[in-house]
Structure formats: structure tokens, C-alpha cells
Design a protein around this ligand. Structure first.
Ligand SMILES: O=P(O)(O)OC[C@H]1O[C@H](OP(=O)(O)OP(=O)(O)O)[C@H](O)[C@@H]1O
Ligand SMILES: Nc1ncnc2[nH]cnc12
Length: 236
């Protein structure tokens, strides 16, 4: 890690601690994190930054569990197993906390592009791209006006309906490393189309990530398609 990356990690740890502090006393925060209450007070108030190793532990371990709990609290699953995750994907500040936890807690290589499918994956992809300092791109079910060249991926779904995603060809270059993300993965059909786009672009897959896995089918399907890490923060 270079100096700037260390500083970014330290600041993200403070963000995670501030989020946890909203619903805890310092003694409770000390219990959650295993860190002394006095140190936590100084971090939360911005007087001192946690050292790099502490910051990493906060973001990777404490943060991952806390963010997964917060995610679970924000989603609703209806009687048929459909997920309402608007409490998550509409909250960019929350997703800005999710991004470092995902980037540090899964073994993705740093990507050149974070790729998703419109619509609901866009805010997550934006947070991750911003965290990595890389480009964000989203494939759409219709062609963007004035764009001349597209990469297309088409598939007949289990339902029999044909689904096509279009990405402006300039969004991903050959040789780029691409992290495929989405808010939700269920059948994995959408992620498979995104992986098709990566393949057509002659780019490499850095990983596949979803906030929520509705069952295991989608994750398994993605794992069959790539050797890169595949994961979700929570499963319903
Ligand atoms: O794993 P799958 O079975 O492919 O399902 C997951 C996809 O379904 C949802 O998008 P949807 O197609 O509903 O479009 P939206 O984001 O515009 O709501 C979700 O945002 C994922 O992209
Ligand atoms: N919101 C949702 N919940 C479960 N499965 C889905 N597939 C597409 N959207 C979904």
C-alpha cells in the first residue's frame, strides 16, 4: 500500500467506527471492536487516526460483520422470496461504507472498470469505482442514443424472454480488469450477460460481487464462469 492508500484505509476505518458509534456507547463500541474506549473516542472525534493494521481490522473484520448486519436490517423479503432493497441502493452514503469493506474483505484484484447492469446495480458500482478510483460502467437493456458502437450480450432466459444488454464499446478496453457487481444475484443470468460482455471486450474478470444473493444458484453459476473470486455480502 502506498501512503495515499494507507490514509484512505485509515479514513474508511473512522467512517465505519462513526457508523457503529451512532447506535452504541464507547464501552459498547469497545466491546464490538476489541479496541480501548479511549482510543475509539479519539478516532471518532477525528483527533487521531487508527494505525494501518488497526484500520484494516476495523474495515475487514468488524466492518464486514457490521455492514452485513446493517444490510440485513435494511432489506425486506416478501412471501415469494422477492427482495425489496430500495433501503440500500437508494442510500449512497451507506454504499460508500460498503465499498471499502467489499474491496478489503474479498480477494478482488484492483479493477480498471467496475461494471454493472442498469438499473439497481448502478449506485453500488459508483461507490466501488469511487473507492478504487476507477471507471464505472453500466450495461443497459436499450441502446444509448448517439453512441455508435456497442458490445451486446443476448440470452434467452428461463422464462423464454430474450434479454439483451448493450454497453458502449468505449467503456471497456481489451486487457482491462473488470469487476462485475450488482445489487442482487438470483438466477445469475444478468451476471452471466455481464461476463459475456467482458469476454467479448477481451477484458479480464477481477471478480463478481453482489450485495445480496437470493439463494445460491446465481453465485454458483458465476463461479462456473470464472476463476476470479465470486461473493455476496449476505444471502436470503
Ligand atoms: O440474478 P438474476 O436472476 O439475473 O437477477 C438479478 C438482477 O435482477 C435485478 O435487476 P432487474 O432485471 O430487475 O432490473 P432493474 O435493476 O432495472 O430493476 C437486479 O438488479 C439484478 O440485476
Ligand atoms: N428484487 C428481486 N428479488 C428477488 N429476485 C429478483 N430477481 C430480480 N429482481 C429480484
Amino acid at each position: 500500500m502506498n501512503r495515499a492508500e494507507k490514509a484512505a484505509l485509515q479514513l474508511r476505518a473512522v467512517d465505519v467506527l462513526r457508523m457503529l458509534k451512532e447506535t452504541r456507547t464507547y464501552d459498547e463500541l469497545a466491546e464490538t471492536t476489541g479496541l480501548p474506549a479511549g482510543d475509539l473516542n479519539r478516532y471518532v472525534n477525528g483527533h487521531v487516526l487508527p494505525g494501518t493494521e488497526r484500520a484494516r481490522e476495523v474495515v475487514e473484520d468488524v466492518g464486514r460483520e457490521a455492514i452485513a448486519d446493517e444490510l440485513d436490517a435494511r432489506i425486506r423479503v416478501d412471501d415469494e422470496g422477492y427482495v425489496d432493497n430500495s433501503g440500500t441502493v437508494f442510500d449512497q452514503s451507506f454504499l460508500d461504507l460498503v465499498a471499502p469493506v467489499v474491496a478489503n474483505g474479498f480477494e478482488f484484484n484492483r479493477p480498471d472498470v467496475v461494471l454493472t447492469a442498469a438499473t439497481d446495480g448502478i449506485t453500488l458500482a459508483a461507490s466501488l469505482a469511487s473507492y478504487y478510483g476507477t471507471r464505472c460502467a453500466y450495461a443497459k437493456k436499450s441502446k444509448e442514443t448517439a453512441v455508435e458502437e456497442f458490445i451486446e450480450a443476448r440470452q434467452r432466459l428461463q422464462s423464454g424472454i430474450e434479454l439483451t444488454y448493450y454497453l458502449p464499446a468505449s467503456a471497456v478496453d481489451a486487457g482491462d480488469s473488470v469487476l462485475v457487481v450488482d445489487d442482487l444475484i438470483r438466477s445469475g443470468e444478468t451476471q452471466e450477460l455481464l461476463l459475456d460482455i467482458v469476454e467479448t471486450s477481451e477484458a479480464a474478470v477481477a471478480g463478481v460481487f453482489a450485495l445480496i444473493a437470493a439463494g445460491d444458484d446465481g453465485i454458483e453459476r458465476a463461479r462456473e464462469r470464472t476463476d476470479a473470486p465470486v461473493g455476496a455480502l449476505t444471502t436470503v
